[in-house]
Design a protein. Structure first.
Length: 240
């Protein structure tokens, strides 16, 4: 991912939050904890406009441009004087991310035809944070390209606003420790089977009518995410 000499706002460095600490420790030469989200537009993506939209989005959500550094006892995120730029998509998504001085970013923006994809190292943010970044960048692209204003939405931030302090806080420290919880835990469910080769990536693509999925989830009184997660757990239980 190429870069330009510009500096983002925000504190000089950030601690990894409670959920992020495990990922730098477990990454290896063959595996990085990456996930991918994408949107498909109706027109071919204008990469020059997307580059500007990406720049504006990073200024609104500046910790996305932070780099991972190793401290004496722990990893942390460090502000850097560069900006990411989009790159062409590839046929083998989610390949191991080389995190180095030459490639310090913890995410990639990849473009192909009408598709914009983001691949994120899980230490940077969770799925919701990744979705907010992608949706905000896409909305900014549509505004710059066509003058279309998207939102308001919980997943679309206004790139003309300044970053908010609470967006960089570790909410686990603020909220979770106030909740009472039992110290007793049930035994973890053992997943059986033959382990796959960690160097191989399997991409499974499926299509289904969104409204039918939504209606089925509502029949069970849950959200779509909870319904899909329940189906996955049920499938694992049945094959074990």
């Amino acid at each position: 991912m190429s870069k330009r000499s510009k500096r983002t706002a925000g504190p000089e460095w950030l601690k990894l939050d409670n959920a992020a600490k495990i990922y730098p420790a477990v990454r290896s030469r063959k595996w990085t904890a990456l996930y991918r989200l994408s949107v498909t537009l109706t027109d071919v993506v204008d990469e020059a406009v997307l580059a500007k939209a990406l720049e504006n989005t990073v200024r609104r959500i500046p910790f996305f441009a932070y780099r991972l550094r190793r401290g004496f006892f722990w990893f942390y995120l460090d502000r850097q004087p560069v900006m990411p730029t989009p790159e062409p998509d590839v046929v083998n998504p989610l390949v191991r991310m080389q995190i180095s001085r030459e490639n310090p970013f913890l995410f990639r923006i990849r473009v192909w035809n009408k598709r914009i994809a983001i691949e994120i190292f899980h230490a940077l943010t969770d799925g919701t944070g990744g979705l907010v970044f992608l949706m905000t960048m896409t909305a900014e692209y549509l505004r710059l390209k066509y003058g279309t204003v998207c939102g308001p939405s919980p997943y679309i931030l206004d790139t003309r606003e300044k970053p908010q302090a609470e967006e960089m806080e570790d909410s686990f420290l603020k909220y979770a420790r106030k909740a009472r919880r039992s110290r007793t835990e049930s035994r973890a469910y053992p997943l059986r089977g033959t382990p796959g080769d960690p160097a191989h990536l399997r991409v499974i693509t499926g299509r289904l009518p969104t409204q039918a999925l939504y209606n089925k989830a509502k029949e069970h009184g849950v959200t779509v995410n909870v319904f899909l997660a329940s189906l996955l757990l049920k499938a694992l239980y049945e094959i074990a």
